[in-house]
Design a protein around this ligand. Structure first.
Ligand SMILES: Nc1ncnc2c1ncn2[C@@H]1O[C@H](COP(=O)(O)OP(=O)(O)O)[C@@H](O)[C@H]1O
Ligand SMILES: [Mg+2]
Length: 602
């Protein structure tokens, strides 16, 4: 993995120099790949903004010309220069306005294009990443990538960069115009850059800290909110509301304080800018006025110099803000690029082997597996499951049963050894073939928004409604579905469409039946069914399991009766392997389990 994942949605800040450089390069690469398709538009936009700024800055110079040349000539009945100045002023104003509006549209198009591209990339990529990533990267953080991070980038693109380019160009153009019009006013303006620089630098240093803490407090707020809402059942069950209230109260208070700190900074910056602007204006007026009195400066030029000086400070506040929006956007881009550079740990094969009619024989040879380096779950695992066999896998909690199931479904790859279907390493199968051949049904039967029928059809999107109904009938789900308000068309998210955990499980059985895989794994899939429903499913199960390889992981031993073979697993190893009859008759672990179970029934 390329990113270093922090705890609980907090991002790390303590990167080494080398890591920081890598992260920066990663962001720049991403930015480059986003801008490359738009480069013609970007160049056009730059040309438009340069020309429009030129037009805007021409105004005061034209006024100076009108006053100093146009007025005296008009007194001599020559209207031409003044007419030229007025017409030029109007034309420059209109052209500047038209170009600015064009510029606004162009930049909005560019920023929308970038954002849509980025949004899609983040979604498609996070969806593609392996379970391993999703288990460590909390949903709160993924949500933050899609919301606040993209927002930060949007803000930079929509206003930040605009202001920087517009404001920066404006200031440069004004400085150039002022110097060429009147050198000494230019010098005064230049001198004002010293206090301006100090003020902006002060603001930048302070605000960087303040805005960062505003960002992290807001991120913590979101993470806490998302965790509370996704875990709302546990929150209610354990009466965590009061504690959450306190925690949330603290987080909002921190957020408030952090925001207040940023606002205070503006309380210094804004008046500071006004002060510097006014003092500079006063000095320009003083220096210029004395020279006008001497006859060394024309009055029109002085007026233009004053207009330029006044406009010069207008964009300064926006420019001061640029650094912050730049910083949050850069941080956002860093995090997003981190997600985008994650590679699925379960990679698709470059040259998949075709799986023609799969039979469903499974084999583990020399498989070793660990989720994390420090703890091996399957130390050394060998197992052959012939096609068509029904296996019951039992063992205590934490024995590694689900891990085995996840390896067969290739949610993970073994650290060593090979898991194979019909002799082909799963890593060489096309994901499409693999998903069609092997289906796992777990306890958490998830229903997506849509109708019950749609949810069953997930197993095979091409299925007709008759096939869907047949599948539901086969697993014993038809009756309860018909009792829903709109039958198969009932929306699972609407009132009346809400189904119980057991019913959800029946729907997921129907889904699996419709998918018709050669290998079916049920991982405690009947756990939320009551005994009568389970009995019902059991009949359906016989249909569901016929003609395919099946692995049933069950804690209720009643399910075991329909198995051809029982595997007892402990600490990542198979400790017993035989027919149910043989194992029950023996003296091993399974015989004891079975005896205890029989007793509990009486
Ligand atoms: N995603 C995971 N990351 C790290 N360890 C895990 C993960 N899932 C399971 N484990 C560990 O692997 C062991 C086997 O778990 P599992 O296969 O789920 O057991 P079973 O299904 O038999 O109850 C347990 O000790 C569990 O703590
Ligand atoms: Mg399990």
């Amino acid at each position: 993995m390329t990113t270093v994942l922090g705890v609980e949605g907090e991002e790390r800040n303590d990167f080494t120099k080398k890591e920081s450089r890598q992260i920066r390069n990663r962001s720049i690469r991403l930015l480059g790949s986003l801008l490359r398709p738009l480069r013609t538009r970007v160049v056009l936009t730059i040309v438009v903004v340069v020309v429009s700024t030129g037009f805007q800055v021409a105004g005061p110079a034209l006024i100076a010309y009108g006053i100093d040349t146009g007025l005296p000539r008009m007194l001599k009945q020559d209207w031409l220069p003044l007419g030229f100045a007025v017409a030029g002023y109007l034309a420059a104003g209109i052209a500047g306005a038209i170009l600015i509006s064009w510029y606004t549209v162009l930049t909005a198009r560019i920023s929308q294009a970038i954002l849509i591209d980025l949004r899609k990339r983040v979604f498609l990529h996070t969806q593609k990443l392996s379970l391993e990533f999703h288990e460590s990267y909390t949903s709160g953080r993924i949500i933050a990538r899609q919301t606040s991070d993209l927002d930060a980038i949007r803000e930079l693109l929509d206003s930040g960069i605009n202001q920087l380019i517009q404001g920066g160009l404006y200031m440069v153009f004004i400085a150039v115009a002022l110097f060429s019009l009147d050198f000494w006013s230019g010098v005064v303006l230049f001198a004002s850059l010293v206090p301006l620089g100090f003020l902006l630098r002060w603001f930048q240093v302070r605000s960087q800290k303040a805005f960062r803490s505003a960002r992290t407090t807001s991120a913590r707020l979101i993470v806490h909110f998302v965790e509370t809402m996704t875990g709302i059942r546990a929150v209610k069950a354990f009466r965590k509301e009061k504690r959450n209230e306190v925690e949330f109260g603290e987080l909002t208070e921190n957020y408030r304080v952090a925001n207040l700190r940023t606002i205070r900074l503006f309380g210094v910056l804004d008046p500071g800018l006004v002060l510097i602007g006014n003092v500079t204006l006063g000095v320009v007026l003083l220096v210029g006025g004395l020279r006008v009195a001497d006859g060394g400066l024309q009055i029109g030029v002085l007026l233009a110099a004053l207009l330029y000086t006044r406009s010069f400070f207008a964009p300064a506040q926006d420019m001061a803000m640029f650094y912050n929006s730049y910083q949050s956007a850069a941080a956002a881009l860093e995090k997003i690029s981190g997600v985008l550079e994650e590679r699925p740990s379960v990679a698709d094969p470059t040259r998949p082997i075709d799986l023609w009619a799969a039979k469903g024989a499974l084999s583990f040879s020399g498989v070793e597996f660990a989720y994390t380096e420090d703890r091996v779950i399957l130390p050394h695992f060998d197992l052959e499951i012939p096609a068509g066999e029904t296996i019951a896998l039992v063992g205590s909690t934490g024995a590694g049963k689900s891990t085995l199931a996840k390896l067969i479904s290739r949610f993970y790859d073994p650290s060593d050894g090979v898991v194979a279907l019909d002799g082909i390493d799963l890593r060489n199968l096309h994901p499409k073939d693999l998903r069609r051949a092997i289906v796992m049904v777990t306890q958490e039967a998830y229903l997506f928004s849509g109708s019950v029928g749609d949810n069953i059809a997930l197993g095979n999107p091409d299925a007709s409604i008759d096939e869907i109904i047949a599948a539901a009938k086969a697993v014993g789900a038809h009756e309860f579905i018909m009792s829903l308000p709109d039958g198969y068309d009932t929306d699972v998210n609407k009132r009346g469409g809400r189904v119980s955990a057991g019913q959800r499980q029946l729907i997921s059985f129907a889904r699996a039946f419709l998918a018709d895989p050669v290998v079916l794994i049920l991982d405690e899939a009947t756990a939320s069914l009551d005994i009568p429903s389970e009995r019902l499913v059991q009949e359906g199960l016989l249909t569901l399991l016929a003609d395919r390889t099946a692995i049933i992981i069950a804690h209720r031993l009643s399910t075991v009766a329909i198995a051809d073979r029982v595997l007892v697993m402990e600490h990542g190893r198979i400790v017993e392997d035989g027919t149910p009859r043989d194992l029950i008759a023996g003296t091993g672990r399974f015989a004891k389990l079975h005896a205890a179970w029989r007793e509990s029934l009486v």
